[in-house]
Ligand binder design. Structure first.
Ligand code: GDP
Length: 311
């Protein structure tokens, strides 16, 4: 692959593939378009969970065992908040806090999120451009059997227990793609667009909800390849499978491919899943990304599939 690769991604599941890509090909040829539908304000701070997961993962600071946050984190701030009777359902480590304080202050003075993230990425030596899907506010809301919940209330506070009926992205219709997003999808030297094995409903749909992004994907000369988040008929982590059941879908790569109909040209399906009846080309492989070696292998396999599916 001699051109550029663009990847649409959420947090933990997606970051694994982005890291693999950054080792499979030169990192500065990888552009990540990142979900900001999870972003929220908490204790007066602006928090961007998926972007921060990517920042930590690509700079080697992620806490791999925990699956979120920073390695070697300390928790004095959280302990102090708790001792004062403050809300403690969303964990904010001391190092993590630095990111939120600096981001909040710069947003307050009018800097766009994209510029702030570019500066953080540069400070930590991240070569791959990381683009927020938008600089505007888009907020994922989950309609559940307990009523309409803000995303983090559903995801963290209520641990994804409520039954999901539908999902909406408030602010999306008025949002504009972040700087560089449309170019990264429609650039003539973009050779492949990947959709990471992120949660289709909570991490990828918010990106697709920003006007212009779906159209840019449809118009791209590069093939669009999704990596299935379903392994052995289950999600590797998180509520993807539970949500699929609640939304009346099969838990299968085919159901994910149907969900992306009109957006993707091919899908990488996990070899543990039964053969799928897909309307688009597909390849089967081990997509479980436990080690760095796995991540690079899955990235290469997805790029090979892209190379075989010319538009
Ligand atoms: P979040 O923002 O932290 O929830 O993470 P994402 O939305 O990026 O990813 C969650 C999805 O990633 C889940 O549906 C998982 O099944 C999927 N996932 C996580 N790790 C892997 C993996 O190693 N392989 C595959 N194929 N999917 C994975």
């Amino acid at each position: 692959m001699s051109g550029r690769v663009t990847i649409l991604t959420g947090g933990v599941g997606g970051a694994k593939l982005v890291l693999g890509l950054c080792h499979a090909i030169p990192a500065d040829t990888v552009t990540a378009i990142v979900n900001t539908g999870d972003d929220f304000r908490h204790l007066g701070l602006s928090i961007s969970p998926d972007i921060d997961t990517l920042l930590y993962t690509l700079s080697g600071k992620a806490n791999a065992a925990q699956g979120w946050g920073r390695e070697g984190e300390s928790w004095s701030f959280m302990d102090a908040v708790r001792s004062l009777g403050g809300e403690d359902w969303f964990q904010l480590g001391d190092g993590d806090l630095a990111l939120h304080v600096l981001r909040s202050e710069r947003l307050r003075t009018g800097d766009p999120l994209s510029a702030i993230i570019a500066d953080f990425a540069a400070a930590w030596g991240i070569a791959a451009p990381m683009l927020p899907m938008t600089d505007d506010v888009v907020a994922t809301k989950v309609e559940t059997n307990e009523g309409l919940l803000d995303f983090q209330h559903y995801f963290v506070r209520r641990r994804c227990e409520p039954v999901v009926r539908s999902i909406r992205f408030e602010g999306a219709t008025a949002a504009r793609p972040g700087p560089g997003v449309i170019k990264a999808l429609s650039n003539p030297d973009c050779e492949a667009v990947l959709i990471a094995p992120s949660n289709p409903f909570l991490s990828v749909d918010p990106i697709l909800s920003v006007p212009g992004i779906r159209e840019a994907l449809a118009g791209s000369r590069a093939p669009v390849i999704a990596v299935s988040p379903i392994v052995s008929g289950k999600a590797v982590k998180g509520p993807t499978a539970k949500m699929m059941t609640e939304l009346g879908l099969d838990i299968s790569a085919a159901a994910v491919a149907d969900h992306y109909a009109g957006v993707i040209d091919a899908m990488l399906v996990d070899e543990r899943d039964p053969p799928q009846d897909l309307a688009i080309p597909s390849a089967r492989a081990d997509t479980l990304m436990t080690t760095l070696h796995d991540r690079i292998r899955v990235a290469r396999t997805a790029l090979d599939l892209a190379a075989s599916v010319r538009r």
